[in-house]
Design a protein around this ligand. Structure first.
Ligand code: UDP
Length: 194
């Protein structure tokens, strides 16, 4: 995968179709995927946050350019064109893939009513989609959450705790999570239900 750096921080040069194809290929090879949506705010944060910076460099398997900020920055810096792939957009594409392939998904994060509504909306959109669990983002017992996810055995896990909380949470528990795909989705459940 090609990548460029902005203020030293990496982002991959993939459009939506290439991102989805890449992720499917990697998962088929048995490689657990951890997607981070890059944006100017996260790049600024990672300049001062060693832990976030290390997660982005060493743990993420795909870094998408979420929003126009990085696209514009790339133009100003005269870098190769950076395709825009929003986090919300990739979330929706991966839910579609899950529906087509019969993969099980788990939604973690946001307020209790929001994550529940998000599940209902997805279930209406895809009647056969396997949503094997939801968990709001305000439970403090993280070991309990990990056990709940382990027991639900999802293939894809979407984590909506905001940044950098979600990236740190995923990195901390990645080895314990029996998933093929995990992604931090920020305010996506709120957007979906808003
Ligand atoms: N959130 C959460 N637990 C927390 C703090 C935040 O589940 O302890 C949720 C919040 O309800 C919202 C999301 O995380 O659904 C944060 O969205 P935001 O748009 O702020 O994140 P961003 O996309 O900017 O990273």
């Amino acid at each position: 995968l090609r990548k460029v750096r902005i203020l030293g921080k990496p982002v991959n040069l993939v459009n939506m179709q290439q991102a989805v194809n890449y992720l499917r290929e990697q998962m088929k090879k048995g490689k657990k995927q951890f997607v981070i949506a890059q944006n100017p705010e996260k790049i600024m944060k990672s300049l001062q946050d060693e832990e976030l910076s290390s997660i982005i460099e060493k743990k993420a398997t795909l870094l998408i350019a979420d929003g126009v900020g990085l696209v514009v920055a790339g133009k100003i810096l005269d870098l190769p064109p950076i395709p825009r792939v929003t986090g919300v957009g990739l979330f929706e594409e991966m839910v579609k893939v899950a529906d087509q392939e019969g993969k099980k998904i788990f939604l973690y994060g946001a307020a209790p009513d929001v994550v529940q509504k998000a599940e209902e909306i997805l279930q209406q959109r895809y009647p056969n989609l396997h949503v094997v669990g939801t968990q709001d983002g305000y439970e403090k017992d993280h070991e309990k959450i990990v056990r709940k996810i382990q027991q639900a055995e999802p293939d894809y896990l979407f984590v909506a705790l905001g940044s950098p909380r979600q990236e740190k949470w995923i990195a901390k528990y990645l080895d314990q999570l029996p998933v093929q795909y995990v992604m931090g989705v920020g305010g996506t459940f709120d957007v979906l239900t808003g």
